[in-house]
Write a protein that binds this ligand. Structure first.
Ligand SMILES: NC(=O)c1ccc[n+]([C@@H]2O[C@H](COP(=O)([O-])OP(=O)(O)OC[C@H]3O[C@@H](n4cnc5c(N)ncnc54)[C@H](OP(=O)(O)O)[C@@H]3O)[C@@H](O)[C@H]2O)c1
Length: 313
């Protein structure tokens, strides 16, 4: 009897050890491994596929455009400011002369059916479209509590991050499905703030939970189709949205993102991914305390920088 009990405990120990080793191995692979050929299956044999990128005129979106162009994808840039779009087009064309680039004006605050049908028409007319990068996003201009942030700003964050992204995806999906020359991809840009509560950016973080949830659900709905869905959750990245001196370089984030699109939901920058992986192991009370400290500190630095820039504009 005692011997059988010892054998059972031994067996359970071995199973736990194997499971832990397997989970750790997967974590190491997903955190540090970047597959430089991840995008190949979304390119056609004749190398004429288009990628649609929303919010391309800012930090991460702009880096996505360069990275996609470097992999031979033609671009459809969807933004609200024609001058900025033209400048971006000119810069990418200079660096990658073989890439065809189109621009489409669309304000993400405009969630009327006409806005989506106009973008979809322009996208469909371009030819073979295999990638949609839902990158456009807005955050509170200043870190602040729900009470401190205006209702107008909160509503605008929800509209841009959730409503626009959802309805644009719905409009472009039939075009991605129509692509028979390669597989198609929807890359949704969420945020590491979706991994836990987001104090001082509550509505922004919650909108990114929504994006992560939407991505998971449509990924399952599209199983068996030609469309893959993935969700990227960056930590702090240098851009207009994030004025922190030690934030990650958007160029590196873009490179690592496109090297990890085979994953379902991931943080692209290995330094961030490793930190979040370790944080997830901490007890809840300690995680909450650390989170509040980090966000309070980041908020102070970001707000000071935004207010300083406002003085000079
Ligand atoms: N930076 C970070 O630390 C960080 C971390 C995690 C996730 N993210 C996510 O990454 C994505 C890109 O952010 P980013 O940091 O690169 O921000 P960013 O530099 O502020 O760029 C935002 C982009 O969205 C566009 N945009 C904003 N409001 C718009 C509107 N109403 N209509 C159309 N376009 C609009 C901007 O266009 P204009 O140039 O015309 O303003 C710009 O192209 C967002 O979804 C963000 O939530 C960022």
């Amino acid at each position: 009897m005692l011997q059988t009990l010892e054998q059972a405990i031994y067996l359970i120990g071995v199973i736990i050890l194997l499971k832990t080793t397997y989970a750790f191995g997967n974590w190491v692979k997903d955190t540090f491994f970047v597959n430089k050929d991840s995008l190949l299956k979304y390119q056609t044999d004749s190398k004429n596929a288009y990628a649609v990128v929303t919010g391309p005129t800012g930090g991460i979106g702009q880096a996505f455009c360069d990275e996609l162009a470097s992999k031979g994808f033609n671009l459809i840039l969807v933004g609200r400011n024609q001058t900025k779009l033209d400048k971006l087009k000119e810069g990418v064309s200079r660096r990658y002369p073989a890439i065809r680039i189109q621009t489409v004006i669309s304000d993400a605050k405009d969630t009327t059916p006409e806005n989506f049908s106009r973008v979809a028409e322009a996208v469909a007319a371009a030819g073979t479209v295999s990638i949609l990068v839902n990158n456009v996003g807005a955050m509170n201009k200043l870190y602040g509590t729900l009470e401190e942030t205006s209702s107008e700003e909160l509503e605008s964050i929800i509209r841009i991050n959730c409503t626009y992204t959802t309805l644009l995806t719905k409009s472009i999906l039939p075009i991605l499905k129509k692509n028979r020359s390669s597989r198609s991809l929807i890359l949704n840009v969420s945020s590491a703030s979706s991994y836990g509560p987001g104090p001082l950016m509550s509505v922004y973080a919650s909108s990114k939970w929504f994006i992560s949830g939407l991505s998971e659900a449509i990924r399952l709905e599209l199983r068996g189709s030609n469309v893959d869905v993935t969700c990227v959750c960056p930590g702090f990245v240098k851009s207009d949205m994030c004025q922190l001196p030690d934030a990650a370089d958007p160029v590196v984030v873009a490179q690592q993102t496109f090297g990890k699109v085979h994953l379902k939901n991931f943080s692209p920058y290995w330094q961030h991914a490793a930190t979040f992986g370790l944080l997830a192991q901490l007890p809840g009370w300690l995680k909450d305390r650390l989170l509040l400290t980090v966000v309070n500190q980041a908020g102070k630095v970001h707000n000071a920088s935004v207010l300083e820039r406002r003085k000079h504009n």
